[in-house]
Design a protein around this ligand. Structure first.
Ligand code: ATP
Length: 265
């Protein structure tokens, strides 16, 4: 096992779709046991980065490694050790929360117990509820739970808190921290500066396919926006992004708030 390699490593990643440059040369690493956030507005290249790291797409140029493995060539091994939060379509609408988690557990040799996962995701009260009756935020948490069932060394989440109300978000954050505290590594994308500031050990600020900055939230704020330090790190990160790119993350965040209202029904 190549445990000395970083948990993930991207070197000079470029991705072009015809004339569109989605990634313009990104360098990233995450250490084992770290929560690394990809923070950027819509179209910054977060999903493309994740798709390359999970082997769904090959980069146009550059190199990606997860747990020391080439995600395209060593796909089978990567799939055993890396879990990606699945899409909504991976859920069966007529199954209950527990049935869903048991089904996912049955696909792995040494799964986490569904009971433990349901509790970690704050879904105990909904354990016997069918998927089609769950709120948007509950479905999201169930999807993250299905990824946790495999006890992955690396957990990859693409905008996991979309559609969640503030309490659901706290449950999600606790589960993500729990995974890290158990030795796992987490890569997550977000367009919420608050989520990046509260949850991530280090944050990569992505803007139009380029890395604007990479560091701990506290370091980024003290280096680029020290005058904002006492207004909170989330606010500070917004200012860092604005200073470095001349644009705002907040526009993207308004969209999250609109989605969040769907949770209450
Ligand atoms: N299959 C594709 N064909 C053409 N262009 C694409 C394709 N996928 C992504 N792009 C473009 O690449 C850029 C980066 O997109 P990407 O989805 O990685 O951004 P993102 O940061 O994840 O944004 P979002 O929050 O909207 O998902 C965008 O300009 C997007 O339009």
């Amino acid at each position: 096992m190549s445990h000395h390699a970083p948990a993930l490593e991207a070197t000079g990643l470029v991705k072009r779709y015809g004339t569109v440059t989605a990634l313009a040369g990104i360098d990233l690493t995450a250490a084992h046991g770290e929560i690394l956030g990809l923070l950027g507005p819509n179209g910054a290249g977060k999903t493309t980065t994740i798709e390359i790291l999970t082997g769904l797409r090959a980069p146009t140029e550059g190199r990606a490694r997860v747990l020391g493995l080439d995600p395209v060539r060593r796909r089978a091994e990567v799939r055993e050790r890396v879990a990606v939060q699945p899409q909504q379509a991976a859920l069966f609408e007529h199954q209950t929360v527990m049935e869903t988690l048991r089904l996912w557990a049955s696909l792995h040799t040494d799964p986490a117990g569904p009971e433990e996962v349901v509790e970690r995701m704050g879904l105990t009260a909904s354990r016997d509820v069918r998927v089609h009756r769950l709120s948007g935020g509950q479905r999201q948490r169930l999807l993250v739970g299905t990824a946790l069932v495999s006890r992955p060394e690396l957990l990859i989440l693409d905008e996991p808190s979309t559609g969640m109300d503030p309490n659901a978000r706290l449950d999600l954050w606790a589960a993500v921290r729990g995974h890290r505290d158990g030795g796992g590594t987490v890569l997550l994308s977000t367009h919420s500066m608050e989520e990046a500031a509260e949850l991530c050990d280090r944050v990569a600020l992505l803007d139009r396919g380029s890395l604007a900055a990479l560091g701990t939230p506290a370091d980024l704020v003290s280096r680029h926006a020290p005058e904002q330090a006492d207004r909170g790190l989330g606010f500070g990160l917004e200012q860092v992004f604005r200073d470095l790119t001349g644009r705002s993350l907040a526009d993207a965040d308004t969209e999250t708030d609109a989605e969040t209202t769907q949770e209450t029904r």
